[in-house]
Design a protein around this ligand. Structure first.
Ligand code: GDP
Length: 471
């Protein structure tokens, strides 16, 4: 603006016309500046472009062919609610409990391993496509195969269809587990037909999608299913290089009152060792304790191994990538530069939403918004809740999550709700009596839930309430 001797607001208006909601101190890329120049009738010459951020210390080289060894497949279970995803995961875990361990594995780290015919399969425990989409939205693709659970007595339902779309969009092969075959109303053929109607052709229907009839409840067909997963995995020729610094994805993370941040990492390449320094998203630390899915302390984790680690300085987000690095200093530097970048992005985004609002208010007249603050016990569920709620947006009412995080509802959340007219939603977390009293004083609503679908239901109803009555 200074150089061109044009007012700042004129430039901002010009950018708005181009669909870019910029602020006064935002950096613009070359293409945008050139477009802006054209709009303002000026020739713009870009002499020097800002360099991409290079994160020194990250081992990003490509593996050589001769370094790659076979690795275990990583599986996500998807399907309609109540079709038996949780039961199936339980049944799968039970096939693997040896006599000595017969209390079952109570440890929950967000992923588990089973062995069949001496071969390992890794299951991500967070069932449902929500977790899948949250992770994918953050750029993480860890699933090799999706197991689609369809109840034989209920057949294809809305979330079955959604799951199919997600697997297809992610280009992840599917195996269908037709569950509840022990039930009187079970009809396997109908499931196959309904799947075919949705473009999923199982083998009997001339397609190449494997389907396996199972009963999670009776433990029937589980071994068949696991064998089919191995067969499908063989086709994929999954490989990784165990001889390099580990990298992978954060599956789950939470804050433990006494132990501090706890994260479940899935090593997808390299070998992770206890004592190593890691950077995970915008946080870093040295691995103090590393445990496997059974809760046993381990020293090394090869590719396709889920582990829980202690030692990070903060709670990373599900879907964040992680890397082991040379030492703690490198880890800290990378984490700090990412934090800096995130702060800049948040500033730019917040400013642009305000402008966007302004813009849409000018265009559409008035917009109604439902402001929400979401707090939950683990990042995975918070992410899942947000992405489900954002899908509820209608033309007239917009869901606006103004703040979210892992942990209990705090006084600062109440204050934020007060200034922004928001409702606070707590998932598996409760406010302390003091915070509740503060909220009551301020007439702020704190709603706590244990089931995600109840949140969606209530918000949907609240949105309907906000709509103008139709005549
Ligand atoms: P999810 O919502 O997909 O995780 O489903 P759940 O695993 O919670 O199962 C929903 C209900 O179906 C529960 O009451 C289970 O006991 C029941 N169920 C799951 N699998 C079977 C099965 O193979 N046979 C029968 N009869 N019931 C099942």
């Amino acid at each position: 603006a200074e150089q061109a001797e044009i007012s700042v607001s004129k430039i901002i208006m010009s950018l708005m016309k181009l669909g870019i909601m910029a602020t006064v101190n935002q950096t613009l890329d070359k293409d945008t500046v050139e477009m802006l120049g054209e709009d303002l009738g000026m020739q713009v010459v870009v002499t020097e472009e800002k360099e991409e951020v290079v994160e020194e210390g990250l081992d990003l080289r490509e593996d050589k062919e001769n370094e790659l060894k076979p690795r275990a497949p990583i599986i996500t279970v998807m399907g309609h609610v109540d079709h038996g995803k949780t039961s199936l995961l339980d049944a799968i875990r039970n096939t693997n409990v040896t006599a000595g361990e017969s209390g079952g594995i109570t440890q929950h780290i967000g992923a588990s391993e089973v062995k069949i015919n001496g071969k390992k399969i890794v299951f991500l425990d967070t069932p449902g496509h929500e977790a899948f989409t949250t992770m994918r939205a953050r750029g993480a693709q860890v699933t090799d195969i999706a197991v689609l659970v369809v109840a034989a007595d209920d057949s294809v339902k809305p979330q079955t269809i959604e799951s199919i779309s997600h697997a297809k969009a992610a280009n992840v092969p599917m195996i269908v587990a037709i569950n509840k075959i022990d039930k009187p109303g079970a009809n396997v053929d109908r499931v196959k037909k309904d799947l075919a109607d949705r473009g999923v052709l199982v083998e009997d229907w001339g397609g190449d999608v494997i389907s396996v009839p199972v009963s999670a409840k009776k433990g029937e067909g589980i071994t068949d299913l696991l064998e089919m997963i191995l067969l499908q995995a063989e086709v994929l020729e999954l490989r990784a290089n165990p001889d390099r610094l580990a990298m992978g994805t954060v599956i789950e993370a939470r804050l433990d009152k006494s132990k501090g941040p706890i994260a479940t990492l899935l090593v997808t390449n390299g070998t992770l060792k206890a004592g190593q320094s890691v950077v995970a998203g915008t946080t870093s630390g040295k691995i103090r304790v590393m445990t496997n899915f059974k809760g046993e302390a381990i020293r090394k984790a090869l590719p396709a191994t889920p582990v829980e680690i202690l030692g990070l300085s903060d709670v990373p987000m599900a879907g964040d990538s992680f890397n082991a690095v040379k030492d703690d200093k490198v880890a800290r530097e990378i984490a700090e530069s990412r934090q800096e970048k995130m702060r800049e992005d948040v500033l730019a985004k917040n400013a642009s939403t305000t402008l966007e609002k302004l813009f849409s208010q000018i265009q559409e007249g008035e917009t109604k918004e439902l402001n929400l603050i979401i707090k939950g016990d683990v990042q995975g569920s918070v992410g899942a809740i947000i992405s489900s709620l954002e899908k509820l947006d209608t033309e007239d009412v917009r869901v606006n999550v103004i703040h979210s995080g892992v942990g209990t509802v705090t006084e600062s959340d109440v204050m934020l709700a007060e200034t922004s007219g928001a409702i606070i939603i707590g998932f598996n977390v409760r406010p302390t009596t003091a915070v509740q009293a503060r909220a009551d004083d301020a007439e702020i609503e704190i709603r706590t839930y244990r089931v995600i679908y109840d949140i969606i239901d209530d918000v949907q109803n609240a949105m309907k309430g906000m709509l103008d009555p139709e005549y």
